[in-house]
Ligand binder design. Sequence first.
Ligand code: DC
Length: 219
Amino acid sequence: MIVTIDGPAGAGKSTVARLLAERLGFRFLDTGAMYRAVAVAALRRELSRDDAAAWADLARRVEIRFEDHRILLDGEDVSDAIRASHVTAHVRYAADNPQVREHLVQLQQAIGRTGDMVTEGRDQGTVVFPHAECKIFLTASPAERARRRVDDLRQRGEAPEFAAVLAEQIARDERDANRSVGPLVKAPDAIEVVTDGLSLDDVVHRLAALATARKGSAT
Ligand code: DC
């Protein structure tokens, strides 16, 4: 069974998806981490951000895989490196590149064929797993999402300004919604869950109930 969780940046998808996967005994796939890993590889090689062909070629050449919730880029654990602000600022050159997307979508579908999985991103229920048994669209208000991002960055030792984080988030929302390939849209058959005012445990509990009900009706 595939459970997809799509939604905007800062909606809490990664944490929720990871805990949901644990609760259901499913594997967990963080597809944003894959776009981030491509950006890390490109930044390290100092590829020009405008050289779409070089980014696509690199995406196909590097090895990206997950092991024990860590992401490995050519065997190196880059789980922390992919979260740095300068990677966040450049990840769009991977995410907006149709050839990079095509390759990563294939990888995601191959991982999905290996068993039950909770997968999160922007296009999981629409493009990557259109036949998923359970689709969630997870969101929260812009201010709530920016607050969470500020907390997250502080925990990583950065000193973000709320206004700057909010402005950057609005720009990312805009890009996510308007990307020509794999834009963030709610699948018609996705269930929308707004997480403002809900604890993490509430959200995971609600999603687990939805997934279990779908599983019951699918068998
Ligand atoms: O969820 P995140 O912030 O880790 O995602 C990183 C970037 O990748 C973000 O700009 C959105 C993009 N992304 C995407 O285009 N498609 C996905 N399935 C996942 C992420």
